[in-house]
Design a binder for this molecule. Structure first.
Ligand code: ADP
Ligand code: MG
Length: 464
């Protein structure tokens, strides 16, 4: 109980410090409750001045000690990291068998654990205890049994990401053995903010469990996509979220300093370099979500409209459909104008995605930025998933010197925009976004700058 109280005090003090930072006018305000900013705002806008991985790891050590009463035994101490992601282009193409182009963020999730395999008849066989700095369990932590016959979804939804990720590896535990894990989780992403904190959490846990199994002689599959697919299955089976492959692929597989061009039909991907210090990504949260666009209502409608358009031209999906054939079919009355507009977005967005990747490879940021602006216009006019707030943020960004392009990112109807800008232009861009958005809507947007981070990795293993 003492440990739980200590953890509560620790969590409380972190929340207080975050509130202080969030209230500071003039900074690039982080979304995350656990973010810390330096007092020099000009630096904060150039680098992502949220806590670094090392700072998160230190926070996880402090949290672990508070929650479990002692640090992990060094012989069984593991830590893993997995990032969130932002999709640079290729929106609403995934469920149409098309291309997406996400990159890993410098923000993500660290999991610190005392982990080992024990005999299946040991008192702690299969015992998992997990606490998070961002979410509370019933009495400060969640406890469950990671045993094949017993592990299923539980009450706490955040715990289900952890349960789901661990469940994917129970088949890899050697006969007669069981996992025993104490874990503490610390993240720097907004939860539910469209930057995929869920895939970041699931992938960090999967990476950690892989490290524990490797410590006992297990070999991870050579194809790292296996981990990404397992993490997606965790969300499908334990949360009931029918997500595509993008989030988990980006979090698990993005090489440092690269985005990935991901073919959602074949699940193959190519790294695309994005490591030029002269350019920076700025993510801006509109802080609105329009109920009209709740995925529950509009998302299935868009899926059905795309399927109808593909069917009308005899294609399995819009990936293989061509615009002239779609237009001709619409003229003949084979599909509605609305269905044609949806299809036009998907077909042209796939082209833009491939062109954007080419432009990045050539460091032709003007071309890349133009594709982003076209993507936004198409999402607004053809796919009708934008919102006045997002349009305003894109318009403000596009009118700023040194900005190449900007667009809504994610499903739409609110959420975030992503902007590609010259690094030098970022402070002026952020000032303009904040001022212009406030003037137009009376709302504060939240911005942060980031470069392409790397995918999941093990941060700590016991020394041999
Ligand atoms: P997004 O992935 O866009 O952030 P989701 O709704 O898919 O939004 O996932 C957010 C959920 O993931 C949170 O509500 C929480 O259940 C879980 N989660 C993410 N990060 C953490 C964390 N650090 N600690 C506990 N739960 C987390
Ligand atoms: Mg998610």
């Amino acid at each position: 109980m003492l440990h739980v109280l200590a953890a509560a005090v620790f969590l409380g003090s972190n929340l207080l410090s975050c509130c202080f930072y969030c209230l500071c006018e003039g900074f690039v305000i982080p979304f995350s409750t656990s973010s810390k900013l330096p007092l020099d705002s000009s630096k904060a806008v150039v680098a992502d001045r949220t806590r670094t991985r090392e700072e998160l790891l230190q926070a996880a050590r402090d949290g672990f000690r508070a929650a479990f009463g002692a640090p992990p035994d060094p012989q069984h101490e593991y830590a893993a990291w997995a990032p969130g992601r932002v999709n640079l282009i290729g929106e609403h193409t995934d469920y149409n068998g098309g291309f997406v182009l996400p990159c890993a963020l410098e923000r993500g999730t660290v999991v610190l654990a005392a982990g080992r395999l024990v005999r299946a008849d040991a008192a702690d066989a299969g015992r998992v205890r997990v606490a998070s700095m961002d979410c509370r369990g019933g009495d400060g932590m969640l406890t469950f049994a990671a045993l094949p016959e017993e592990l299923g979804p539980g009450e706490e939804s955040w715990g289900n990401y952890v349960r789901g990720a661990i469940a994917q590896y129970l088949g890899d535990v050697p006969e007669g053995r069981a996992l025993a894990l104490d874990m503490f989780i610390v993240g720097s992403l907004p939860l539910g903010g469209g930057l995929s904190s869920s895939a970041s959490l699931t992938t960090a846990v999967a990476t950690l469990v892989e490290a524990v199994l490797e410590g006992e002689g297990w070999q991870a599959p050579e194809d790292a996509r296996v981990k990404a697919r397992r993490c997606r299955r965790a969300e499908h089976d334990f949360l009931g979220t029918p997500c595509g492959i993008m989030d988990q692929f980006a979090s698990a597989l993005c090489p440092p300093g690269h985005a990935i061009l991901l073919d959602c039909a074949s699940e193959t991907f190519e790294p695309v370099p994005l490591d030029d210090g002269a350019v920076t990504l700025v993510i801006t949260d509109s802080r609105v979500t329009h109920s009209l666009g709740q995925r529950g209502s509009q998302y299935p409608v868009r899926v059905a409209q795309c399927a109808a358009a593909a069917r009308a031209v005899g294609a399995d999906s819009l990936r293989s459909a061509e615009l002239p054939a779609l237009e001709q079919e619409a003229k003949r009355g084979g599909m509605s104008e609305v269905e044609l507009a949806r299809a036009r977005h998907v077909v042209t967005e796939n082209e833009r995605c491939v062109n954007f990747a080419d432009a990045l490879r050539k460091r032709d940021y003007d071309a890349a930025g133009a594709a982003m602006l076209e993507s936004h216009a198409s999402l607004r006019d053809n796919y009708e998933v934008s919102a006045p707030e997002l349009d305003k943020l894109v318009e403000l960004a596009a009118a700023t010197d040194g900005v190449y392009g900007s667009r809504l990112t994610g499903a739409g109807f609110g959420g975030c925009t992503v902007t590609l800008a010259q690094t030098d232009a970022v402070p002026a861009l952020v000032r303009r976004l904040r001022r212009g958005y406030k003037e137009a809507f009376g709302l504060d947007c939240a911005c942060f700058a980031t470069r392409a981070g790397g995918g999941a990795r093990v941060l700590l293993r016991p020394r041999p």
